[in-house]
Design a protein around this ligand. Structure first.
Ligand code: ADP
Length: 457
């Protein structure tokens, strides 16, 4: 649109300059020819110079050349010939004629009357005196008409251009605005509580990038919403199960009269177990929620990993003893690393307790520690139940259990590995599982010796 204004200015100025040039050229040409033709006055000596017919014929001839009006004026300022036959015999005492008798010829443009005004002094070749003045007006209306037509065409083109540009502008604004409207509507829809749906944008690559990022964000929102819903329903379910068992146990005691003391003992023992389980689930849940909400506050110190593992094994040894499981620690090098001691102890504990829980009586659990220049490696290996291949990718999910009934009976919350993975990732480490059903399971952790905080990561 901004290009239109210079276009209008250039064309207006250009038209005016061109018009002046054409008129100037025409004036020069007409003036030159007029001066040449005026010499005819005394050139034909055979004709009767003083006769009216001679004047009229001469004036007509000259007028015919320029499409003009020619008047011949004598020394008495009397018009002796007029090609329009209007002023013949009348007096003409104009400034131009007067000046011309004084030897000053004129040639100028009268824009108002759209003509070139010319005066030409005619000298008697013998006496050299000015005897007549030839006064002519040559029409330049044709130039004005042509310029007017050109102006009309130009204005039409400019109007068409403006209309086309406005239409194009409105269309482009609508087209450009469409993806943004799309995004806005989707955001409003989410804002009103609706589920996020993908937006599709074709065309401009910048917008496509935005829509790509936006879709990734929507996918993430959907995932979070789905996992939040799953999490809430899992939490409710997990917390309800021990409650239901406890209620059944308590009701069966309340509903009977004269219940033997042994049965009381047994049922109350079961209720205590269920309470422990409930307690474990709540503790694990609180640990996870705390990690999520605080973005995991890390209390990093230099820790002797050999000692840390030994201490954890000491704590779980009674558990291993119950199933007569051999619990061995193998250290290939002394390791000092920057870790959050409490959190990393939880990882070791979770992995070793699992290796004992999901193991057979008389089984074994081997824990090994190794390091290179950058990382240290902890391996927890058992010869227990193993994990089916299809379940291996889910075991780090919250509340996931391979065998729902059996694993719940072992007292797990289904949150241990989720907590472990979160802690390992907070240390910028990795955790992997290798397992074969009925042969055993190996978990390996790779953790940087030097803690890399978020800024350096
Ligand atoms: P849980 O509290 O149920 O033990 P975890 O998150 O620690 O929850 O483990 C998730 C599931 O992974 C367990 O229920 C179990 O089925 C499986 N699992 C974990 N460790 C082992 C292991 N060493 N051997 C076999 N199965 C295991």
């Amino acid at each position: 649109m901004a290009g239109i204004i210079p276009l209008i200015i250039i064309s207006t100025v250009g038209m005016a300059v061109t018009e002046n040039r054409i008129i100037e050229t025409r004036t020069k040409n007409v003036s030159a020819q007029f001066s040449m033709l005026s010499n005819l006055f005394y050139s034909n000596s055979n004709d009767d110079i003083e006769s009216d017919t001679y004047y009229d014929t001469l004036a007509d001839d000259i007028a015919g050349v320029f499409l003009s009006r020619v008047q011949l004026i004598n020394r008495d300022f009397t018009i002796i010939s007029d090609t329009y036959q209007i002023n013949k015999g009348k007096l003409c005492i104009s400034a131009e004629v007067n000046q011309c008798f004084n030897g000053v010829n004129q040639a100028y443009t009268d824009k108002k009357n759209q003509c070139i005004v010319l005066t030409q002094a005619i000298k008697d070749p013998q006496s050299g005196k000015i005897t007549h003045v030839m006064f002519a007006t040559s029409s330049i209306a044709d130039i004005y008409t042509a310029m007017h037509s050109i102006r009309l065409v130009l204005v039409t083109i400019i109007i068409i251009l403006i209309v086309a540009l406005i239409a194009l502008g409105i269309f482009s604004a609508y087209q450009l605005g469409r993806p943004f409207r799309n995004i806005r509507e989707t955001i409003e829809h989410i804002g009103e509580g609706g589920m996020a749906q993908d937006i599709s944008i074709e065309g401009a690559s910048e917008l496509q990038t935005i829509s790509g990022s936006f879709n990734t964000m929507l996918k993430r929102i959907n995932q979070l919403e789905t996992s939040r819903q799953e999490f809430v329903s899992n939490v409710s379910h997990e917390l309800k199960t021990p409650m239901t068992s406890m209620k059944v146990l308590a009701e069966s005691l309340v509903g009977q009269q004269g219940v033997p003391e042994e049965l009381y003992q047994e049922f109350l023992g079961d209720i205590v177990n269920e309470l422990d389980r409930e307690n474990n689930i709540i503790t694990d849940l609180l640990t996870l929620v705390k990690m999520d909400s605080t973005g995991m506050e890390m209390n990093i110190t230099q820790v002797n990993i050999n000692e840390l593992i030994e201490a954890q094994l000491k704590l779980v040894r009674p558990l291993a003893k119950e199933k007569n499981i051999e619990l061995v620690m193998e250290s290939f090098s002394p390791v000092i690393a920057e870790v959050d001691e409490t959190k990393f102890s939880m990882c070791i504990s979770n992995l070793v307790v699992n290796a004992i829980k999901y193991n057979n009586v008389d089984g074994w659990v081997h824990v090994s520690l190794n390091a290179d220049k950058t990382y240290f490696y902890v391996k927890v290996q058992d010869n227990g139940f193993g994990i089916p291949e299809e379940a291996q990718e889910h075991i780090f999910d919250r509340f996931y259990r391979v065998d729902k009934a059996r694993d719940r009976a072992t007292g797990g919350s289904g949150l241990g590995l989720a907590i472990t993975k979160t802690i390992v990732m907070a240390h910028k480490g990795t955790i992997k599982v290798f397992s074969q059903v009925d042969k055993g399971t190996t978990f390996t952790m790779q953790i940087p010796l030097t803690y890399l905080d978020k800024q350096n990561a």
